[in-house]
Design a protein. Sequence first.
Length: 244
Amino acid sequence: MIPEKKVTEAIQYRRSVRVFDKDVDIDTEKVKQCVQNAVLAPTSSNLQLWEFYHITDEKVLKQLTVACLDQNAAKTAKQLVVVVARKDLWKQRAKANVSFLKSVYGDKAKEEYSRREKFALNYYQKLIPSIYTEFLGILGLLKYAVFNCIGLFRPVYRQVRLSDLRIVAHKSAGLAAQNFMISMAAIGYDTCPMEGSDTLRVKKILKLPRGAEINMIIGCGVRSENGVYGPQFRVPFETTYFEL
Ligand SMILES: Cc1cc2nc3c(=O)[nH]c(=O)nc-3n(C[C@H](O)[C@H](O)[C@H](O)COP(=O)(O)O)c2cc1C
């Protein structure tokens, strides 16, 4: 068994690998365990508006490579993990949270819930529907206008437009993707996140519904000798870090 790297070691080891070693296979079960780490990422309102498609089938790998515009990182990948943002699943996920909370609070009458318990249940039964209920982007715009008026007088949540909700779902999906890539790095496996793809084709290949959105496709394998294209570049830390 390969010893796991510590967090900082794994973060420093991770690079976007464009060429994977064709002679080194990766263990599907271990990749799956890294996806299990992915879902432990924090997620907005714990709605978990994400799905992960772990591709090991040669035929699907080939189809997805074409949809990834024939990028080397896809072409040479042993497996792919497609991270999908599922904003459209908010009702199911809110319901799952309610069931979970009720299972924790125990079976009791409505009036027996404590204030904190009532607040948590209302959060998923009232607040989340008020934010996520949408109709062609129109409801979101109306809500946005109302919230901005309220915002003139007090701090208020403003991310209620359809575009905001999409960002919210993609943000959490991105965090899960990073959990996955760091977990892979920790066991000496490599990855390459890709957004360079024909997402419509990817959705068709995976038979995803209209509301699903491709967050990123992650090539997986073990780096070949020339798999990392160059030294890692970051703009000077002082230009991105501000202590107040
Ligand atoms: C959301 C996202 C999309 C990316 N899309 C691609 C891609 O389509 N193809 C590719 O070769 N690299 C892609 N990358 C990798 C970046 O180019 C890479 O992270 C960056 O150059 C820094 O290099 P490093 O990851 O080795 O530190 C993507 C990275 C992210 C986070």
